[in-house]
Ligand binder design. Structure first.
Ligand code: GLY
Length: 367
């Protein structure tokens, strides 16, 4: 059984399909649901994911009549740069990809973002399909069309909004995801509960454990359905992030400062978002934006996922954190933008957080 979430944008429509075992239906869905008739496909993956799922993906596409070639890029955020995109172009040339051919991303957010960017720019734009294999990519990166690579001076500075033709999510592939990455993906799931979906929040609140695959498995389809639905509803209202889409950055203001000050990779993105959500919740409490009793409710879910709720022990210089915040991409007219909760399921964007409130919260979060 599968769940289908339609994405309707002014210039394109596509579907997010979620279902156990759907990886074996990839080829059929590319034809039947995404209308991809040109037979040439370039499958982009990394060696780890390809070892686990490459053959199944290829078998499914081949059975549906597609002629599949592969491009295997090294794994890891450190390879998310233009050099890897060049590698995809080289394979596209070697395999004579045409205007109507397709690139398929089989991997986590790094592979999805890079494949999408290569597809957006190859021959001025060819079709692409997202087959996310990490929880973070399933609930966030694969939906909504943000594609791109890092520049040595900053993350995701080069990119394009470019929508896939299909997003296919097979929850069973999470069985092989390292547990730290599963928890990182849960941070984004918790985010949707706080910013959009109170029922998702309460479901997470009721769960005994959220820190490993077997504990999460019974809830997985519902977690994915609700998270993807939330992302789709937000993106459908504001594809290019000129307004409401910014609420998806809940917890990300402090998270980016933590990631940059600890050196990217030491604290992963989801862990940093966990810390950032604790901070945003506490700032909202300091400013009386929401009932302070909601803070421990949110923080308990984060702790239950075994995500950190305090700043890393080496981050003790609060002035430095505040300085880094003012360099964030989301700064407008010199003011740091925060997404703060008003109640469970509702947030607002503000540039008016007094430094004193920020300092109080950071102080209580130091280890
Ligand atoms: N990851 C945030 C967004 O897609 O807008």
């Amino acid at each position: 059984m599968s769940v289908v979430i339609p994405v309707k944008l002014p210039h394109t429509d596509y579907e997010v399909t979620i279902g156990a075992g759907m990886l074996d239906r990839l080829g059929a869905l590319m034809g039947d649901r995404a209308g991809i008739s040109n037979k040439k496909v370039l499958l982009v993956s990394n060696p780890i994911i390809f070892d686990h799922y490459g053959e199944r993906a290829i078998a499914s596409m081949t059975a549906a009549g597609y002629d599949v070639e592969t491009c295997i890029l090294p794994a890891g955020e450190q390879h998310k740069h233009l050099g890897s995109i060049q590698q995809v172009y080289d394979e596209a040339i070697a395999h004579r990809l045409e205007r109507k051919s397709t690139m398929v991303a089989l991997g986590g957010g790094v592979i999805g973002d890079m494949t999408g960017f290569a597809a957006a720019t190859w021959l001025r734009g060819i079709s692409f399909v997202q087959v996310p294999t990490s929880l973070l990519a399933m609930v966030d990166a694969s939906i909504g069309g943000k594609t791109g690579v890092n520049h040595p001076q900053g993350k995701n500075l080069i990119g394009a909004f470019y929508q896939p033709k299909l997003v296919l999510i097979d929850p069973e592939v999470l069985e092989t995801l390292p547990v730290r990455e599963l928890r990182a993906g849960m941070a984004e799931v918790i985010k949707y509960g706080v910013i959009w979906d109170p029922e998702l929040f309460e479901m997470l609140e009721r769960a005994e454990r959220l820190d490993e695959f077997e504990a999460v498995r019974p809830l997985l389809t519902e977690i994915l359905r609700r998270s993807c639905q939330a992302k789709v509803e937000v993106v459908s209202q504001d594809e290019k992030e000129s307004g409401i889409r910014a609420i998806l950055n809940y917890g990300h203001t402090i998270a980016h400062a933590v990631e940059s000050l600890t050196g990217y990779g030491k604290v992963n993105h989801g862990e940093a978002v966990g810390i950032g959500m604790v901070a945003a919740g506490a700032i909202a409490r300091e400013l009386d934006w929401w009932d302070g009793a909601n803070c421990p409710r949110q923080d308990d879910i984060i702790a239950k996922t075994q995500l950190p709720t305090k700043l890393p022990s080496k981050l003790t210089d609060l002035d430095k954190i505040i300085d880094v915040l003012s360099l964030d991409k989301k700064v407008e007219d010199g003011k740091v933008r925060f997404i703060l909760p008003q109640e469970i399921g509702k947030v607002e964007i503000t540039s008016d957080v007094p430094k004193s409130a920020l300092r109080t919260v950071l102080q209580e979060m130091t280890n």
